[in-house]
Write a protein that binds this ligand. Sequence first.
Ligand SMILES: Nc1ncnc2c1ncn2[C@@H]1O[C@H](COP(=O)(O)OP(=O)(O)OP(=O)(O)O)[C@@H](O)[C@H]1O
Ligand SMILES: [Mg+2]
Length: 234
Amino acid sequence: MVELHGKTESRNTVLEVRNLRAYYDGSEILRGINLKVGKEAVAILGPNGAGKTTLIKAICGLVKTRGEIYFFGEPIHGLKTHERIRRGIAVCPEGRRLFPNLSVEDNLLLAGDEDRLELAYDLFPKLRDRRNQTVKTMSGGEQQMVAIARALMQNPKLLMLDEPSTGLAPIVVKTIGEAIARIRDMGISVLIIEQNIHLAFSIASRAYVLVKGEIVKSGKVEEIRDIEKHYFEL
Ligand SMILES: Nc1ncnc2c1ncn2[C@@H]1O[C@H](COP(=O)(O)OP(=O)(O)OP(=O)(O)O)[C@@H](O)[C@H]1O
Ligand SMILES: [Mg+2]
């Protein structure tokens, strides 16, 4: 097949990041990242401080960057954050960032139209029962469900999740993992950052290992089983 500047592939590529660099106060945190996400779930793995959260922020336009970011083949690196979100990028951020004094349903309605509520409640039936509960009175696991449901309310084409399992009990991690897999099966592309490798590999078909701002390994999850040995290569 003839390939013109990668364009034959781009039909199936939802997100493509080319030579992406990110900076805080002039220091370079991402050092030339290349990655692609198709209609699939992809995991980003790596030790603390590797730049995983910064990568999500860079894709959203929340940090200073250089390099290129394409969404369905269109350059988005020049767009403001809200414009990137409007095109179909949703984030379930580290620390969830919900409105603690509002109810579950009000948190959801701030993110999307009423006609998406049933989809969110079908994903987490527990939230349907708790729709009027004030979010700050909920458990960590329940709040994580609200955060994921809120992202789904945005009708995204790509959902990025930053360590959704952090601080949760194994049974809740299982529920969250199954929900993310269902989101993937709805045809929404998923980019998941996880320290819980078992969870990441139960959802993702491919993974990238990020160490000190560089991708040190990528491939099918079967090929990256013993990833921690790569953490110290740089
Ligand atoms: N707002 C900021 N200002 C300055 N430096 C920052 C800022 N945010 C992150 N950093 C630095 O950027 C580097 C990467 O941080 P980042 O949060 O992206 O790592 P991470 O891989 O998500 O780590 P963790 O697994 O602990 O969440 C770290 O050295 C961190 O100190
Ligand atoms: Mg992080």
